[in-house]
Ligand binder design. Structure first.
Ligand code: EPZ
Length: 422
């Protein structure tokens, strides 16, 4: 099990490229189940979550090749039961459910277990698939969906208590591409990753309109075909490096970004006093630490609001920003595990009922800390960058789920980090 040692206090500067989006790649890889032809997907980040998805597809019978960020998948002959041993490792494996059901008329996927960022139900996924005519049964920890006579288009509202569902919207959208008739998803998730999936499906021959808005309309087609697609940049990786540059940077340029996906993150970083400038094309940005800093109030919200997946990293920036910051997570109100570890490094944070109240301190000091989930571990890396002393972050496998070569990218920017095998 690897750990990361971050020697605090070094300044970061220079240029790096942002990788393809993990959260766009996962459903897009799963969507290749919808055709028996070759799908070629570029800029798939080399992270363990995409590896798990590829393993699941291989176990289902897909022929998969991966090299230099390009994945070729052919699902000519595919089974309908996703193996528990692989599915249990990653909650996002649930997004094979919609495409399997549409292609095979049956899908068996194990019910995702608990998750450290909060209770993560799949009721909305099932509500949508049931509206399309699927029969749902639970047995032995598995969900079995059947639609022996095919799926039928339907109108549905997928809004949950905490807003829309990203993977739920993806699952229903994928299933509806091959349904008979028209499907309308109201209160759909409008995240850029949902739009990227819709673009992938449309290139396969699907007829989807409205993706990227709260109302998606899908006209079912008889079959889909092979496609080539390049995944969008990872806005959360970009945001994480923007926060790192604000914390410890003397001028960092991030290439291969999309300005339109980063508006809320950019606004929060500028509001706390740092400089963020995009080039005219909006695909490269320059971040410089500011001189007059201030705390900010942040509330996570579905896109285009401030993303929950950037909540922990922004908290890491704000713990050493003068003044009071109040951070509220409305999507995953329990997603504050990083705060206890940040407090071990000297942060002044009070977590109360879905809010973190942060009083900025001058500097953190190194301490052995433990990563609890993907974004929490990124927050610890950021905090360690300008803490005094060397911080050891254990359970690094969490960060490897979603950040491609994070230690190498930080080294390229001049940070002093070491990956140590223990
Ligand atoms: C996606 O998860 C992302 N994962 C998450 O990123 C991200 O935090 C989340 O969307 C919110 O933006 C991937 O894209 C692979 P949701 P997803 O369904 O789709 C509730 C990361 O760090 N809900 O949009 O599973 C749910 O409890 C990961 O990269 C229901 O009530 O999340 C939450 O409060 C972690 N019923 C809210 O909706 C359901 O059936 C939004 O969750 C489904 C969800």
């Amino acid at each position: 099990m690897d750990k990361l040692v971050v020697h605090g206090g070094s300044v970061i500067k220079g240029v790096i490229n942002i990788s393809g989006s993990k959260n766009a790649s996962l459903p897009i890889l799963a969507a290749s189940i919808l055709t028996g032809e070759d799908c070629i997907i570029r800029r798939v980040p080399d992270v363990s979550d995409t590896n798990y998805m590829i393993q699941i597809l291989s176990a289902l019978g897909a022929d998969v090749e991966r090299s230099s960020g390009t994945v070729r998948i052919c699902c000519a002959d595919i089974a309908d039961e996703a193996p528990y041993e692989l599915v249990r490792r990653m909650r996002a494996s649930i997004c094979v459910m919609g495409p399997l059901l549409a292609r095979k008329g049956r899908a068996v996927v194990s019910l995702p277990g608990g998750c450290v960022i909060g209770d993560r139900p799949v009721d909305l996924h099932l509500k949508g698939l049931q509206a399309l005519g699927a029969k749902v049964e639970f047995e032995g920890g598995n969900i079995t969906l059947t639609a022996p006579d095919g799926l039928r288009g339907a109108e549905m509202d997928l809004r949950g208590e905490n807003g829309p569902t990203v993977l739920g919207t993806d699952n229903v959208m994928m299933a509806a591409t091959l349904a008979d008739g028209i499907t309308v998803i109201e209160s759909a998730a409008a995240e850029p990753e949902v739009l990227d999936l819709a673009n992938f499906l449309n290139a396969m021959g699907a007829k989807i309109s409205g993706a990227g808005t709260r109302r998606i309309v899908i006209e079912g087609v008889k079959e889909l075909h092979g496609v080539e697609h390049t995944v969008i940049p990872d806005r959360i990786e970009a945001g994480t490096f923007m926060a790192a540059a604000a914390l410890a940077g003397e001028g960092v340029t991030l290439n291969r970004v999309n300005r339109d996906h980063l508006k809320a993150i950019t606004a929060a970083i500028i509001k706390s006093g740092h400089k963020v400038e995009f080039n005219e094309a909006g695909n490269s940005c320059f971040i410089e630490r500011g001189e007059t800093l201030q705390g900010v109030d942040l509330t996570t919200a579905p896109f285009p609001g401030y993303p929950t997946d950037m909540q922990a990293q922004m908290t890491a920036l704000l713990v050493t920003t003068p003044g009071i910051s109040v951070i509220r997570d409305t999507i995953f109100p329990q997603r504050f595990m990083h705060c206890a570890e940040l407090k071990r490094m000297g942060a002044d944070i009070r977590v109360d009922n879905g809010n973190a109240i942060v009083s900025g301190v001058r500097r953190l000091s190194a301490a052995p800390v433990m990563a609890s989930d993907l974004r929490a571990s990124a927050a610890l890396v950021l905090a360690a960058l300008n803490a005094s002393g060397s911080t050891e972050i254990s359970r690094l496998y969490h960060i490897d789920r979603g950040y491609e070569h994070i230690d190498e990218k930080l080294l390229m920017l001049g940070a002093k980090v070491e990956r140590v095998q223990v």
